[in-house]
Design a protein around this ligand. Structure first.
Ligand SMILES: [Zn+2]
Length: 264
């Protein structure tokens, strides 16, 4: 367990009056005694497992998903820990988890994705009416990161909105943070194709969906694994949602790489 994580545990124990002693990042006897005073943690677990269980309990108390309180540090606990630090240390709101609570703004009047006739009516034939969006910050091809992308083709009806979102992303995060968060790893937009095992067209067929950082947000990954589910990306999604775009990850918890100008 990292020193800073142990420090966090000690601080939280102390905040509860459980006397963990100095917050030095070392899981010593005094910290262990303190952990032993936390209700519901089995006495025979190792000290590290107890500390992890304590973090999991804290997450639960703060309505952050963490699964079972088993004392093991997996991806879900790792995510929960980040969210906890935001809530308890930085005093920020926890990320929205319930899709029904997501904002439902639609200033551009995006159509619903079903039935597909509504997409044909609003956007026309697949692969047509395309325009180049000039990117407010350079992108890189996700599958070939040395290739810089300054513009790409998308549907002309979504172009201005796309540009506004990305300008706000740049203004909010700054280029360095954009790169650190991999908001510049572009996974594609226009791609005329039918959906697997279906007769329907993918939304990419109209150039109204964009993928970002597919490597860390694989199609079938849920919020426990997808990086875009992390609190760091809350504003990224808010900026899309303000323009009416929909994240499948935020709403359906899969395909976190994908954002689309069509409502569910
Ligand atoms: Zn996609």
């Amino acid at each position: 367990m990292k020193k800073e994580t142990i420090r966090f545990v000690q601080a939280q124990l102390n905040a509860r009056g459980l006397d963990a002693g100095p917050e030095d990042g070392i899981l010593g006897q005094r910290s262990l005694d303190s952990l032993n005073r936390v209700e519901g943690i089995p006495a025979d677990w190792s000290k590290t497992r107890k500390a992890v269980a304590f973090i999991q309990k804290l997450a639960k108390e703060n309505d952050i998903e963490t699964g079972e309180t088993d004392g093991y540090w997996g991806p879900q606990t790792s995510f929960a820990f980040e969210a906890l630090v935001q809530v308890l240390v930085e005093g920020r709101e926890p990320e929205i988890w319930r899709p029904e609570d997501l904002p439902d703004e639609n200033p551009n009047g995006w159509p619903k994705q079903t039935p597909q006739e509504s997409l044909f009516r609003f956007y026309g034939e697949v692969g047509e009416n395309q325009a180049a969006v000039e990117l407010p910050y350079p992108h890189k091809l996700a599958w070939n990161k040395t290739t810089v992308v300054n513009r790409f083709q998308c549907h002309e009806r979504v172009r201005d909105s796309l540009q506004r979102v990305l300008s706000r992303v740049r203004d909010h995060y700054g280029i360095e943070e954009v790169q650190r968060l991999r908001l510049d790893l572009w996974g594609g937009c226009l791609n005329v194709r039918k959906m697997r095992a279906g007769t329907k067209y993918s939304l990419h067929s109209w150039g109204i969906a964009v993928d970002y950082d597919p490597e860390r947000n694989k199609l079938k990954w849920g919020r426990n694994r997808a990086h875009f589910a992390r609190p760091d990306y809350d504003m990224w999604w808010r900026l899309w949602e303000e323009e009416g775009w929909v994240s499948l990850g935020r709403h359906r918890n899969f395909d976190w790489m994908h954002v689309q100008a069509a409502k569910l």
